[in-house]
Design a protein around this ligand. Structure first.
Ligand code: HMG
Ligand code: MG
Length: 302
């Protein structure tokens, strides 16, 4: 059996990816209460919001208010999406110290999502990433539709590698290989992530998985076997991208934490604590969340 990492980092994307896909915005105070509980559960890397056009994602139009009121602790690292210089300016104004630029392996998707081709997005990001780094702000880069695109179909691993290398060479310190519509299975992780991990240090690779077809945890295991030790997840299994047809919730943080606990792999995150954070959102939405572990634990999580 492959030697698996002993410890993994979980990047909590619920406040951003989770809430961006809800039909209605939820109140800023509820978002902050959610983030507070996530931090109490031991999550230290939290993607808090997005500085995108408020018309594109009205659910996160309060980004500046959220970012300015984030709970503070030396161990907490918040990040936020920025699609361009205007987004970076807004993030800096709000005090954010880590940002994420986001492109994809398919032009069809980036055109719908950010109104640019992949090449155009790289051209826009280069000065943005330079400006961020010059001000001491670190940058993550997302590669969406890394396996299957809802508009272009199957994606070649060479294309994913090419976009990843371009993001790294402009200064991104981590590349989130993203299964935007949750279509991948472990064979895809082996083929694509295995291939790029031969050219990019595996410590710089994160897996951002959606769970549309219930393959996300199997894909995590495939990633672990390749040495990947950073996984994105969203409390309760909330999430999806309004610009990717068929994208359902992210891999649920509770399900990921249970899996890691049972595998004896450290996360530093308390399972019940995450369920308590999800309860805050579930109460506001007035509906059940997709996570299996949340369903099991919700009544006992406060
Ligand atoms: P555009 O219309 O092409 O932008 O949108 P533009 O540069 O032509 O500017 C038009 C107007 O927008 C201008 O205002 C700008 O100032 C304003 P006007 O002069 O007309 O009054 N503007 C902005 N306002 C606020 N913040 C900004 C900003 N930029 C321009 N940052 C744009 C292009 C990228 C802005 C738009 O398409 C956009 O915001 N898209 C975001 C879409 C999005 O957030 N998608 C979801 C996140 S990605 C995701 O979920 C995938 C991921 O989870 C990984 C995975 O699962 O695959 C990360
Ligand atoms: Mg996503």
């Amino acid at each position: 059996m492959a030697t698996l990492p002993q410890r993994v980092k979980i990047v909590e994307v619920g406040p951003r990816d989770g809430l961006q896909n809800e039909p209605e915005p939820i109140p800023t105070a509820t978002k902050l209460a959610f983030i507070q509980k996530l931090a109490e559960a031991g999550l230290t890397q939290i993607e808090a919001t997005s500085f995108v056009h408020p018309k594109a994602i009205p659910q996160l139009a309060d980004a500046i208010d959220v970012a300015k009121s984030l709970p503070n602790a030396p161990s907490l690292f918040y990040s936020a999406l920025v699609p361009n210089q205007k987004g970076l300016d807004r993030a800096i104004e709000a005090g954010i110290r880590r940002v994420a630029v986001f492109t994809a392996a398919s032009d069809e998707f980036t055109r719908k999502n950010i109104n640019m081709s992949v090449d155009e997005s790289i051209g826009v990001f280069e000065p943005v990433v330079r400006a961020a780094i010059s001000q001491g702000i670190s940058v993550r880069g997302y590669v969406s539709t890394a396996f299957v695109c809802p508009y272009a179909g199957e994606i070649s691993r060479e294309r994913v590698l090419d976009v990843s290398l371009r993001l790294l060479s402009m200064g991104c310190d981590e590349i989130a290989i993203s299964d935007t519509i949750g279509a991948a299975a472990p064979c895809d992780i082996d083929q694509t992530v295995g291939f790029i991990a031969e050219k990019i240090p595996v410590e710089k690779i994160a897996l951002h998985l959606h769970d549309t077809y219930a393959t996300a945890l199997a894909n995590v295991y495939a990633g672990l076997r390749l040495g990947v030790a950073t996984f994105d997840a969203s409390a309760g299994g909330l999430g999806g991208c309004p610009y990717a047809k068929g994208a359902a919730g992210n891999l649920a943080t509770e399900d990921l934490v249970y899996f890691m606990d049972r595998m004896g792999i450290e996360t530093g995150v308390d399972l019940i604590g995450v369920a308590a954070a999800s309860n805050v959102v579930a109460a506001t939405l007035g509906r059940a969340l997709p996570s299996k572990q949340w369903k099991r634990l919700k009544a006992n999580a406060h």
